[in-house]
Design a binder for this molecule. Structure first.
Ligand code: NAI
Length: 483
């Protein structure tokens, strides 16, 4: 089997060298094709941070093992890592956080074991990075949560929980506040839960989840979250098991999967050969298991655990009374310990059963659309306008544009209603949301909306608009605070 390897930037080449040395010494039956990806490729004029040849190679091999890559600083530049995950639709980001014997944490000292798998949605959410300045004072980010995207990652999380016989699968969310977006994610969670009646499925609001994770991490098993919340919660979990040096990740897609450490390029220690290669090694081990190379994965993991137990450590962790070793020596210590078993957490040796990573050749982009039986109608519009006038003055002007089809329902500022009722203590910025709805819930068409838009544009700069959609009785829009 052949896989693509990108060494990455900063500490990337050093830790990748260490991990590949361990793999080669263990005779892992893989061939490695190096691809050109990273900041230096970006600097050479490739805006997505990879050469066309790299893209072609990864798409034909289906597996990318990558080192961390630097996101060039500056406006208009997207992260190479996020681009890779999104381009190849690696919809589930799996991060496992397990107490390791030899890596002291407050929990290991208290005898509380941590074994948490975070499944983070990897494509949607604010990670679309779709952002605009609506006025010189007001920035807007669009947060996409989709039903097919949520179902894809949640179903994967349930399958994974079922395979590992998880004690519990928990959805982390903020559906109490973001009722439409997080509400949709949570709805999908319980929809999929019905297909897995043997699993205990529950949900926790994400702030409460963070508190519970740092007080009782042993009560959690598999946690599934939207992209940004998943990102934050997974770094929190990394802290529970000893830091970023021990946090592996797998980006799983239907056709292409990417395996990488959670941490970045660590520019502060790059080039010194002192970085901890454990997170990348653990990511590599989940890649080996993904490819059916279970025997190699178990032997290497047992050697890693044995090495950690024996006190060998890099500078970022471990017993300070024992001098640290460098990256190369750490890898050599693991190689020297092949065949040894750790006192705790030894992995069972299961013979290899190699699969084939070669992805199916796709002729066109897959279209993900779910069924909706209820009738869709447009019942109004939110017009986001720029104005530094007071709400009463805006309302007086807006009413003149309502015509025979619309009625002005309310005006809000930063999501808080300021007309028809509100408080003078609400601070205002120069961008309002003006909501018009149809009279008597009569369905509207796009021409009606455009007519209102044209009329309103005589008085206001309209920054953006959103249709108010309804499916059957289900409203597809939120209320303003105080409405
Ligand atoms: P970072 O993860 O690179 O570093 C944070 C801290 O952890 C630093 O003090 C660093 O020395 C330490 N650290 C990280 N990995 C370590 C290791 N293996 N061994 C020992 N110490 C380690 O995060 P930072 O500084 O915010 O980001 C640096 C660059 O990495 C940025 O350009 C960022 O965009 C990129 N990045 C890339 C990621 C990826 O490729 N998946 C993920 C996160 C950041």
């Amino acid at each position: 089997m052949k896989i693509a390897v990108a060494r990455g930037d900063g500490i990337g080449p050093e830790i990748m060298e260490a991990v590949l040395k361990i793999f080669k010494s263990n005779k892992v039956p893989l061939e490695y094709e190096e691809v050109e990806m990273g900041k230096w490729v970006f600097d050479n004029g490739y805006n997505n941070g990879m050469t066309p040849k790299a893209k072609e190679t990864i798409e034909s091999l289906g597996i990318l093992f990558k080192g961390p890559m630097e996101t060039p600083k500056g406006k208009g530049v997207k992260s190479i890592n996020v681009t890779a995950r999104k381009t190849w639709n690696t919809f589930a980001n799996i991060r496992t956080f397990k107490s390791l014997h030899g890596v002291d944490t407050v929990f290991s000292k208290a005898g509380i074991p941590v074994d948490i798998t975070v499944v983070r949605e990897n494509i949607e959410d604010t990670y679309g990075g779709i952002e605009h300045m609506l006025t010189h004072d007001v920035a807007l980010s669009r947060r996409f949560i989709t039903r097919p995207g949520s179902l894809q990652v949640i179903r994967y999380a349930f399958e994974l929980a079922s395979q590992k016989k998880a004690r519990r699968i928990t959805c982390g969310h903020k559906a109490n506040i973001m009722k439409i977006t997080d509400g949709l994610f949570l709805e999908c969670f319980y929809e999929v839960a019905k297909e897995f009646p043997d699993l205990k499925a529950d949900d926790v609001i994400v702030d409460d989840l963070c508190m519970k994770l740092v007080t009782r991490p042993d009560t959690f098993d598999v946690i599934v979250l939207t992209n940004l919340q998943g990102d934050i919660v997974s770094d929190l979990c990394a802290g529970l098991v000893g830091g970023l040096g021990f946090a592996p990740s797998a980006n799983i897609g239907d056709h292409i999967s990417i395996f990488e450490a959670v941490h970045g390029t660590a520019p502060d220690i790059a080039g010194k050969n002192i970085a901890n290669p454990t997170a990348l090694l653990l990511s590599g081990l989940s890649m080996l298991r993904h490819l059916g190379l279970t025997e190699n994965a178990a032997i290497i993991e047992n050697a890693l655990l044995y090495t950690l137990e024996s006190g060998v450590h890099t500078a970022d962790f471990g017993d300070k009374t024992i001098p640290p070793v460098n990256t190369t020596a750490f890898a050599e210590a693991i190689i020297a310990n092949f065949g040894k078993l750790p006192q705790s957490g030894a992995r069972e040796i299961i013979p290899n059963k190699p699969g084939t990573p070669v992805p199916m050749k796709l002729k066109s982009n897959p279209m993900l659309v779910s069924q909706e039986s209820a009738e869709e109608k447009i019942v109004g519009v939110d017009l986001f306008i720029e104005s530094d006038e007071l709400p009463e003055a805006i309302a007086a002007k807006c009413k003149r544009h309502a015509g025979v089809k619309f009625q002005l329902i309310n005006i809000s500022n930063r999501g808080t209603q300021v007309w028809p009722t509100g408080s003078v203590y609400t601070n205002l910025v120069n961008q309002y949301n003006v909501r018009f709805e149809s009279i008597d819930e009569e369905p509207l068409n796009q021409q009606d909306i455009i007519g209102l838009y044209v009329s309103m544009s005589g008085n206001f700069k309209i920054c953006s608009l959103e249709l108010l959609n309804q499916w059957g009785d289900k409203k597809g829009y939120s209320l303003a605070q105080g409405q």
